[in-house]
Design a protein around this ligand. Structure first.
Ligand code: NAD
Length: 246
């Protein structure tokens, strides 16, 4: 489905980003894995991706910094000569009630989750415009739609991502670039592992499909949005949440 395409996925050393990278590679795309600190898992990920018969580039970088975003895109172009798909997946939580939330906790989450996506989009667009095609997929969250106690910073960043998605979608539609967002619900990753069991039980009660989501559930939708099958879809938010938000 993605043969000959090149995809850059931020924060893809683990979790949802890793699954998206693996899925894209299995479907024939060369992939750029962005990570924060090198670990043995990355070597394993690199080897697995190569076993699918595609190429892979590992780039260290902090999405918060525009210079890093530019360097990631530059490295991608130097290695592969093009960039077809950008997935803004890197994200963090710093949960706290507003009254207790430190100013830095608010800023940090906004900087990584929202400005990080802006940085990568800004750095990638000139390439996609020149190519007269591109796909941008932003990983938002249902929390950006419904809000959550203790997650004002996270909810604001993920709601912001939806506004960013729609605005950029309108700006670049005439250049044959689509921009969409995925809003996952509760997906089993390190991010949700740290939640107390009681909260997890409560969450499960709210999920009509009665199971937590898997990284693959999100990766499947990312693949669809990146593929030719989604060429007439832009500015949309697709929930992947087992029916939590309808
Ligand atoms: P995770 O913690 O397993 O992965 C997050 C990744 O982002 C890590 O690889 C981390 O190194 C990277 N990252 C963090 N800060 C970065 C930075 N400044 N620069 C570059 N990379 C950075 O979490 P996950 O659950 O796989 O989350 C992936 C995305 O999905 C996030 O945007 C998250 O908000 C979103 N999401 C997750 C869930 C869920 O239930 N797990 C639900 C909704 C949305």
């Amino acid at each position: 489905m993605l043969k000959g395409k090149v995809a850059l996925i931020t924060g893809s050393a683990k979790g949802i980003g890793r699954e998206i990278a693996l899925k894209f590679a299995k479907e024939g795309a060369d992939v750029v894995i962005n990570y924060r600190s090198y670990s043995e898992n990355l070597k394993e990920l690199e080897n697995t991706i190569k076993s699918f018969g595609v190429d892979v580039l590992l780039v260290e970088g902090n999405v918060r910094n525009f210079e890093d975003a530019e360097r990631m895109v530059k490295s991608c172009i130097e290695k592969f000569g093009r960039l077809d798909i950008l997935v803004n997946n890197a994200g963090i939580t710093r949960d706290n009630l507003v009254l207790r939330m430190k100013l830095e906790e608010f800023d940090e989450v906004l900087d990584v989750n929202l400005k990080g996506a802006f940085n990568l989009i800004k750095a990638s667009l000139p390439i996609m415009i020149k190519q007269k095609s591109g796909r941008i997929i932003n990983i938002s969250s249902i929390i950006g739609i419904i809000g959550n106690v203790g997650q004002a910073n996270y909810a604001a960043s993920k709601a912001g991502l939806i506004g960013l998605t729609k605005s950029v979608a309108k700006e670049v539609a005439s250049k044959n670039i689509t921009v969409n967002a995925i809003a996952p619900g509760f997906i089993v990753t390190d991010m949700t592992d740290k939640l107390p069991e009681k909260i997890k039980e409560k969450m499960l009660d709210l999920i009509p499909l009665k199971r937590f989501g898997l990284c693959e559930d999100v990766a499947n939708v990312a693949l669809f949005l990146a593929s030719d099958m989604a060429s007439y879809i832009t500015g949309q938010v697709i929930n992947v949440d087992g029916g939590m938000v309808m």
